[in-house]
Design a protein around this ligand. Structure first.
Ligand code: AKB
Length: 327
């Protein structure tokens, strides 16, 4: 994470990252290994990831989070004090496979929370999403506490998960922490099955010299965040003193908000001939039910959250790295 240098920290305990092969998991695993040493960070995923960094740079375990005995075996073996549980089906995929989306997102969370209590894990990180909000929610500067009513399987599972995290904290004293991520954008890996994925795909098309067909309308505003900011937020939250945290469901987290037309214009600063066409599909309905921008005052107050990347700064960095990758 070259833009937000932090001093190396010594961390005596093992960390387990479940879903380490995913878009966030890959980068979070790399970041944690840099901070705490590769051998102290166990990467786990249902599939052996393609990325060497996850599978070979430190311990790796094949793990289906729905297989509770196997999860317990991994926890018993490594005795992690922290678990990052990132495995989930995202919004668009969960709409197509609702029962499995619910099962993975909920039973996976229960397995992690219960195993953590039973086997002495002290801290759990679990990502929530802007998908917890729904069509009745105020769309601009969506507050931390407001009408929710999500209408996607993913959103319902994330909202229920937030409430369960809070319940496990209050009832069992498990130190569960969570963020409501906006769409995450990074150059190291592709997201899969989300509604905000277009904002990653579009950069890949631009550097390949192709045009982009967008599945959302040109003026669809959604909250977004560049990966270095997402990593910083996650680690800042996990490092914050427990007594500072007033939210035990999940924190609103904002950075930037833009539309497909605006990201296209940002890319055109480098590729003037690049253009986007618009062919909205079922994901448009999902996007229309989500906030356009987020009020993250509570995160700023409680643990000094401050994003660094604007749209143009993200575009500069994304294009620089993607060009290097294909060179
Ligand atoms: C999705 O689009 O499903 C995710 C999310 C906003 O949680 N990126």
């Amino acid at each position: 994470m070259e833009n937000t240098p932090r001093p190396a920290t010594s961390h005596p305990d093992t960390i387990l990252v479940i879903g380490a092969g995913g878009q966030l998991g890959l980068e979070l695993t790399q970041e944690l290994r840099q901070l705490y040493g590769a051998t102290n960070v166990v990467a786990a995923d249902v599939r052996a990831p393609q990325h060497e960094e996850v599978q070979q740079a430190g311990p790796f375990e094949l793990l289906d989070v729905l297989d509770k005995p196997r999860l317990e075996e991994v926890i018993r073996h490594y005795k992690p004090k922290q678990v990052y549980h990132l495995a989930a089906l995202l919004s668009a995929t969960a709409e197509k496979n609702p029962k499995f989306g619910w099962q993975l997102n909920m039973d996976g969370l229960f397995n992690v929370l219960d195993a953590s209590i039973d086997l002495g894990v002290k801290q759990v990180y679990w990502p929530s999403s802007i998908a917890v909000f729904g069509p009745d929610t105020p769309r601009q500067n969506t507050p931390q506490l407001t009408v929710m009513n999500p209408n996607t399987v993913y959103g319902i599972s994330k909202l229920a998960g937030e409430q369960w995290c809070e319940w496990y904290f209050r009832k069992h004293g498990l130190d569960v922490r969570s963020l409501r991520y906006p769409g995450l954008i990074g150059y190291k890996s592709l997201p899969g099955g989300g509604t905000t994925d277009y904002a990653v795909d579009i950069y890949h098309k631009a550097v390949a010299g192709q045009s982009y067909e967008c599945f959302l309308k040109a003026d669809t505003y959604l909250p977004m965040m560049y990966m270095p900011d997402a990593l910083k937020a996650t680690l800042d939250l996990m490092h914050a003193p427990a007594e500072k945290l007033t939210v035990r469901s999940s924190y609103n987290l904002g950075a930037m908000s833009f539309s497909p037309a605006e990201i296209t214009a940002s890319i055109q600063r480098y590729y003037p001939d690049f253009h986007t066409t618009y062919q909205p599909d079922s994901r448009q309905q999902i996007a229309d039910s989500w906030p356009a921008s987020i009020d993250d005052t509570q995160a700023r107050l409680d643990w000094s959250w401050q994003p660094e990347f604007s749209l143009d700064r993200m575009t500069d960095d994304m294009l620089l790295h993607l060009r290097q990758l294909i060179a």
